[in-house]
Design a protein around this ligand. Sequence first.
Ligand code: MN
Length: 197
Amino acid sequence: MSLTLSELPYAINALEPYISARTLEFHHGKHHAAYVTNANKLTAGTEWDQMQPEAVMRRIANEPKHAAVFNNVAQAWNHAFYWNCLKPHGGGKPTGRLAGMIDVDFGSYEKFIEELKNAGATQFGSGWAWLVLDGAKLRVVKTPNAGNPLADGLTPILTVDVWEHAYYLDYQNKRPDYLSAVVEHLINWEFAGSRLG
Ligand code: MN
């Protein structure tokens, strides 16, 4: 599979003051890097070596004996995806097709944001809040630990990492403040819209 640690798509301090360079140094340079290293170690020379990470995740998500492989492959994927979901001077309302779909499927942008923030805030322990496509319909879901909606046949459109390592240096225990900052200032709606295909 030979995953590589993708560069951040912006400078290490570009998300300040909402996510600090210090957080990204650890989150990207240590946590994400370790998932990539471990995913490569665990899949080298195995049946998963020649498969795309998405296919590996779909195949072994529900096989406890392969939990270590799933966790590291999924966390490598989830983090690369998360970096792309953020950008400096992002956040606020989406435009275009995604904006229209959000209005139809959630009732309004405000209701969607409430649901996304609630999913992130109520994920007990570590995990992820997601905007996904379920068939043709948008939904908000949350996954624990390394979970990824691909394993449930859903298409990830947007994610917010709610592991403590994503926000603790900047917000300590105030996860809802981190979620608000991401929503208001950092979401990369162009990237999310590109996921609609
Ligand atoms: Mn993380």
